[in-house]
Design a binder for this molecule. Structure first.
Ligand SMILES: [Zn+2]
Ligand SMILES: [Zn+2]
Length: 105
């Protein structure tokens, strides 16, 4: 159990939000719950940066074979990967099936 640092009264637990608070002075302490960072938000596949239909009209097209559906036209764009010393990566997306892949050349 915990006590108020100001008036040393035992802190009472608020049932609705599990916050410990002093009934005398109103001091509140938010328990020992650790706030864990949600890392899932940070992990974004760099290949999914563009939405399905985004940029279809504005991106340049290139004649290249889609390994998935065999279509021979794809849009392409350049993307700087996270570390600065890596070269810019070229991405392709099939205009037919939206299959996206990168140029490893
Ligand atoms: Zn108090
Ligand atoms: Zn395709």
């Amino acid at each position: 159990m915990k006590f108020c640092p100001k008036c040393e009264v035992r802190l009472k637990k608020n049932n609705s939000n599990s916050v410990l608070s002093c009934p005398k002075c109103g001091y509140a302490e938010s328990g020992s719950k650790e706030t864990k960072k949600n890392k899932q938000d940070e992990i974004k596949s760099e290949i999914n940066i563009l939405d399905e239909n985004e940029g279809k009209e504005t991106l340049p097209t290139i004649k290249i074979d889609c390994e998935k559906c065999g279509n021979d036209q794809a849009v392409w764009w350049m993307l700087q990967t996270r570390s600065a010393d890596e070269p810019t990566t070229q991405f392709y997306r099939c205009i037919k099936c939206n299959h996206t892949w990168r140029n490893y050349a």
